[in-house]
Design a binder for this molecule. Structure first.
Ligand code: CP
Length: 325
């Protein structure tokens, strides 16, 4: 899979006059529908290549990608590393605990240090909403947001979009339900930006304390009763309760949360029989989702989402390599 090949196949050069319009990927709020569609097309190309036995490409030969994660990760960090390696980039993972960040070096100085070492991409996960935007202003290196605070997780939003597209093929009037801890979820926000732009009808459901008032302004319908909301859904995206971001109790007890908001096989009987069940991971098994739904329901696609994450991240690395500056 050569660069020339993919450019010709997908008409990328014609669409963008040879250059992708963005230096960074900071959030899906900033991307238009055409760009989202292009990312899906490029990801489909890489997904097809991924399943072939010899699928390494030289597209990013000579490029360097550095992952800088101030919060833990399994899926996002490893799939960025795999995506970069499949495109022949060099990859360095910074271990925050053994880096000079522990001596008090700030984010911008750390970023400038990595840029001076000729990093082409910095993949940044940070507990502070807006941290990738700040870094992107100071550096010419491409910054990719791998999740910032409660703000956005754009590559998760894109891989969710891609997974829905694989199964449902058309977003127009598709009903997507996001369930649970909407307040703390950057995945929810990226899903909402992407899905509404593509024409889907997005709803959220959760305890009133975990559904922020402003969410209605993003063009989504709000429910508080899961049994009522599930009836209309074509896709259910279950969100993790983010205990690590909760300094106070947002619901009376886990037992009550489970009763009202856990996705169980019993609750799935209320839904469309082909409803797609998603979860970005990591899952709190037995809290927001039951083990039998994960293991036994025919349309649970959690592991498919993980695989699609590699294709999406390959697509993003490829497109940002064609950036305008
Ligand atoms: N979905 C997600 O971001 O998972 P990780 O925290 O494991 O990267």
């Amino acid at each position: 899979m050569g660069s020339k090949n993919i450019n010709e196949l997908l008409n990328i050069d014609k669409i963008y006059n040879g250059c992708f319009p963005c230096k960074d990927l900071l959030g899906l709020e900033l991307l238009d529908k055409r760009t989202l569609q292009t990312i899906l097309r490029v990801a489909a190309y890489f997904k097809q290549a991924l399943v072939k036995p010899n699928h390494k490409s030289s597209i990013l030969d000579g490029k360097t990608l550095i992952t800088l994660f101030y919060e833990p990760s399994t899926r996002t960090r490893i799939s960025f590393e795999l995506a970069a390696k499949k495109l022949s980039a060099d990859v360095i993972n910074i271990a925050i605990n053994t880096s000079s960040i522990t001596k008090g070096e700030n984010l911008i100085d750390t970023g400038k240090t990595l840029e001076a070492m000729k990093a082409d991409y910095i993949i940044l996960r940070h507990y502070f909403s807006g941290a990738p935007n700040i870094l992107a202003k100071y550096l010419t290196t491409s910054i990719i947001n791998a999740g910032d605070g409660e703000h956005e997780h754009p590559t998760q939003g894109l891989l969710d979009l891609y997974t829905i597209y694989e199964y449902k093929k058309d977003f127009s009037n598709l009903k997507v339900l996001l369930v649970g801890d909407i307040l703390h979820s950057r995945v929810a926000k990226s899903n909402i930006w992407a899905l509404t732009k593509m024409g889907a009808q997005v709803s959220v459901v959760g305890p009133p304390t975990l559904v922020p008032c402003y969410i209605k302004n993003l063009g989504v319908k709000v429910y508080y009763n899961f049994d009522e909301a599930i009836i209309q859904a074509d896709v259910i995206n279950m969100l993790r309760i983010q205990f690590e971001r909760q300094q106070e109790n947002f619901f009376p007890s886990i037992r009550e949360y489970v009763k009202l908001y856990q996705l169980t096989k019993q609750r799935l009987l209320l839904a469309n029989p082909n409803v797609l069940v998603m979860h970005p991971g990591p899952m709190n098994r037995g809290i927001e989702i039951s083990s039998d739904v994960i293991e036994e329901y025919h349309n649970t696609v959690v592991n498919k989402q993980v695989t699609n994450g590699i294709a999406i991240r390959m697509a993003i690395l490829y497109l940002l390599n064609k950036r305008r500056c």
